[in-house]
Design a protein around this ligand. Structure first.
Ligand code: NAD
Ligand code: NA
Length: 396
């Protein structure tokens, strides 16, 4: 079949498997071109199929020769559709890693589910042995707890006074004036249940109980803080409260791991990037498109793979992590450079529906979003038939 992009608002309803393979290969090529790095050798990645989790996996495997076990929530091809980009990322990652002589296992399922956790632990015991690093990179709107029947949904709202601002609608290629309401305390609790540190804590405790963490094991979770400009929606938003919980969990886990295996836990504060998850955060999109323009202009622009390579190559993850006074590893150093943020703060208020394509890197933003789903990539023949029988035979 011939696969075309289908956008509904900020949601991609299709993906191009061949494009996904090419986008993954570009990440692998980037890491190989940068050169070998020292990384942990056996790594479990929760949220391995896209965004930061996938980029970390590529840096670990193709930079450091790591064996990786990935958990993600994705959809394969069926009568209903082509499946999700993350599905193909998993399949093609495994192929490439195995071709390079590395182990690359995947489990597709809900990382919050005790059944999935049990399966992963059994697999690790059978095939991997003790793990040197656990990466927590889940981005989701929902967490179900089968034992109690509870189901939590995260919301993207503010905890202060309601905020108004522009947001990018990718389908319409237009700005939309949105207002972000104040969350109820229940909504804040629910968002924290989903995007805070509880899931991370459960995994580390289960791995410790199964004696699956090697001496000196490290665990990191991706996080974001952002500048003053986005604070009303991010830092002081429901997601920011959840991240605070995640950071508190890091300190707690750090003590637990120190005692149990001489290990370490820390949050990695990354830069803002276009991913499947981030385009949903109201108002952030305009900031992000402007950030991309300014960082490209001053030569500090990075994508997930550049960030994740730097995480291991220069920030010491897995070795001696470089942490700030709050025990956070900062990959947002270029984003938060004061001169850059001053420039952004000047331009941001002047952006409107007529000038946003010129004042921001809207084209780059749209390209990055399309590329997440395998579209808009040079060198892919989008008029060619994709053999869905072949695609259905791929294994994650
Ligand atoms: P993403 O959507 O690209 O990746 C999310 C991953 O989580 C995918 O692999 C998905 O399959 C997996 N996942 C979701 N729900 C799951 C479930 N129930 N069980 C198993 N796997 C599940 O998102 P991302 O942007 O890479 O986000 C990862 C982390 O990085 C998040 O904590 C996010 O807050 C953080 N972060 C993102 C940005 C950004 O700008 N995108 C910046 C800094 C930090
Ligand atoms: Na991820």
């Amino acid at each position: 079949m011939i696969i075309t992009p289908q956008l509904a608002g900020n949601v991609a309803r299709s993906c191009h498997p061949i494009g996904c393979q090419q986008a993954l290969q570009a990440q692998i090529d980037y890491v190989r071109a940068q050169g070998a790095i020292t990384t942990p050798k056996r790594v479990l990645i929760l949220g391995a199929s896209s965004g930061f989790g996938l980029a970390a996996r590529v840096a670990l495997a193709f930079g450091g020769g790591a064996d990786t076990y990935g958990v993600s929530f994705e959809r394969g091809p069926s009568e209903k559709g082509v499946g999700s980009a993350g599905w193909y990322n998993n399949c093609y990652f495994r192929q490439a890693a195995e071709a390079a002589g590395l182990k690359a296992a995947n489990t597709i399922g809900d990382a919050f589910s005790p059944k999935v956790q049990e399966k992963v632990i059994a697999d690790l015991q059978a095939d991997f042995g003790q793990i040197d690093m656990v990466i927590y990179s889940l981005a989701t709107g929902r967490r179900d707890i089968p034992a109690t029947g509870e189901s939590f949904r995260s919301v993207l709202k503010t905890t202060g006074a309601p905020v108004e601002g522009n947001t990018i609608n990718l389908e319409a290629q237009a700005l939309e004036w949105t207002s972000i309401p104040t969350a109820t305390s229940e909504e804040i609790t629910h968002t924290t249940k989903v995007m805070g540190g509880e899931g991370w804590q459960e995994w580390i405790e289960a791995l410790l109980a199964a004696d699956l963490l090697a001496p000196g094991a490290q665990t990191l979770a991706f996080s974001y803080l952002g500048p003053e400009l986005s604070a009303p929606v991010y830092r002081f938003g429901t997601i920011g409260v959840a991240k605070e919980h995640l950071h508190a969990t890091a300190n707690h886990l750090n003590e637990q791991l120190q005692q149990a295996v001489g290990g370490t836990a820390y949050p990695v504060v990354a830069k803002a990037l276009v991913t499947k998850a981030s385009v949903f955060i109201p108002v952030m999109s305009v900031y992000l498109a402007l950030l991309m323009k300014q960082m490209k202009a001053n030569g500090t622009h990075e994508g997930c793979i550049e960030q994740c390579y730097r995480l291991f190559a220069t920030k010491g993850a897995g070795q001696q992590p470089v942490l700030d006074e709050d025990r956070q590893l900062r990959l947002d150093d270029y984003e938060l450079a004061p001169s850059l943020q001053a420039e952004i703060a000047k331009i941001y208020p002047t952006i409107n529906g007529d000038n946003f394509k010129a004042l921001t890197d809207f084209d780059g933003y749209l390209h990055d979003f399309m590329a997440l789903n395998g579209f808009d990539l040079a060198g892919v023949d989008y008029s060619a038939e994709v053999d869905m029988t072949e695609m259905a035979a791929l294994k994650p």
